[in-house]
Design a protein around this ligand. Structure first.
Ligand SMILES: *Cc1c(COP(=O)(O)O)cnc(C)c1O
Length: 405
């Protein structure tokens, strides 16, 4: 008879991912040399190719100095354009709707400058009751910026559709996570977008936990705007350069925007003119010249997604996460993530007594890397690019030993 562990190994042989493309952190404790890394929803692992490509970009600086702006193999002036198409493919957008820039919360603010326009009675921002702190601080500070009281302007709700129905004529902006960072729930992005817009609101999405995790169709779903980070499922490295989406309906119009020299048409950039001539694309939301050394790892990572393809990744993700869910079903634990694969991505969230204590034990005794969200949620995310069935088995086996009884 095959042991459960042997069973996991057989599944890996039959359904391998792309683990060889990544550095897997070594384990400090437990019986295995490598960690069972299930925290790729928090910080994705480093592709092996990242250092090679980064060294090339550094080398251009060393050998060309300022001439690298135009003469590097990957010239710096238009460097961000190398990231645009692969990022657009990943979020289901037109290239003209997509730009890679800044970090996530910065992008949310820049987009809210354009899309949060409180007027008359329509002043409220609707967010989910589990809003990520940075998003909550961002919307509250935007309300204050417009002279409003954030305690009344920001509405937090557990039932987004019902609140849209009740308060629709007073909501200026709906801003939600595509995949909930805490529960792992994949929201009905198209349906909620349509409901919010029918009520007269602008609908924006934070795709931090959705991009690279589930297939997205931002253009087709008619999302007004979106932003995401590149260091979770995208493996772009700590603090990696983020992305932004502005629907075609809004590019090239007269929405207010903050501007800098990268907001103008590239052809006019060095005319040193006092007035910008913004392109009719999402590039108009850029401010500064691109951080080449920070963009290089994002470019490498996006290439991996292009090579492997989001559709194949999603299929393996459904199999891996379903397998882990089956193992967890046998344990005295509550999984708070929806069971239906259509309503979740990779992540499963467990409700436990002492999340921080448990993740420490998992790490130091078993080499299993999970993450804790205070006070009582442990998140496990098998990432289809590099996680294995054996990683899932190790996590479930460690949990069985620690939470039993
Ligand atoms: C990870 C995450 C952030 C992080 O914001 P940064 O600006 O990248 O530091 C913000 N919001 C959500 C929903 C996240 O998941």
């Amino acid at each position: 008879m095959t042991s459960p562990e042997e069973g996991a190994r057989q599944r890996d042989a039959a359904d391998p991912g792309h683990r060889d493309l990544f550095h897997i952190p070594p384990a400090e404790g437990g019986d295995y040399a490598e960690t069972a890394y299930l925290a790729g929803n928090s910080l994705g692992l480093q592709p092996r190719q990242t250092t090679v490509e980064l060294a090339r970009d550094l080398d251009a600086w060393a050998t060309l100095g300022v001439e690298g702006h135009l003469d590097a193999d990957r010239p710096w002036l238009p460097y961000h354009e190398l990231l645009r198409d692969p990022a657009a493919r990943l979020v289901g957008a037109l290239p003209s709707e997509t730009v890679v820039m800044n970090s996530l919360t910065v992008n949310l603010h820049l987009l809210m400058v354009s899309f949060y326009r409180p007027r008359g009675e329509r002043t409220h921002i609707l967010v989910e009751d589990t809003t990520f702190p940075s998003d909550s601080y961002a919307v509250r500070s935007q309300a204050r910026f417009h002279g409003l009281d954030p305690d009344t302007a920001v509405i937090r709700t557990a039932d987004v559709r019902k609140t849209i129905q009740e308060y629709g004529d007073r909501i200026a902006l709906v801003l939600l996570g595509g995949v909930d960072y805490l529960t792992g729930e994949l929201r009905d992005i198209a349906g909620i977008t349509a409901a919010g817009q029918a009520a007269g609101a602008v609908v924006g999405w934070d795709m931090a936990h959705a991009v690279g995790n589930v297939p997205l169709r931002l253009h087709e779903w008619n999302v007004d705007f979106a932003a995401w980070c590149s260091y979770k499922y995208l493996n772009g490295g700590p603090g990696a350069v983020a992305g932004a989406f502005v629907h075609e309906r809004h590019t090239g119009g007269d929405l207010p925007r903050f501007e800098g020299w990268w907001s103008t048409e590239p052809a006019t950039r060095f005319e040193m003119a006092p007035v910008a001539r913004p392109p009719d694309t999402a590039d108009a939301w850029q401010l500064s010249n691109p951080p080449i050394l920070a963009m290089s790892p994002v470019r490498t990572s996006l290439e991996i997604f292009d090579t492997v393809g989001m559709a194949a990744l999603r299929e393996r993700s459904v199999r891996l996460t379903g397998y882990l869910h089956g193992l967890l079903d046998a344990l005295p634990l509550t999984v708070v993530t929806p069971r239906d694969p259509e309503r979740r991505g990779s992540q499963l969230s467990l409700r436990v007594a002492d999340a921080a204590g448990l993740t420490k034990v998992l790490r130091h005794r078993y080499g299993v890397i999970a993450d804790a969200r205070e006070p009582d949620v442990v998140r496990l995310a098998p990432v289809p690019l590099y996680s294995t069935y054996h990683d899932c088995w190790r996590a479930a086996d460690a949990l069985a030993r620690e939470v039993d009884g």
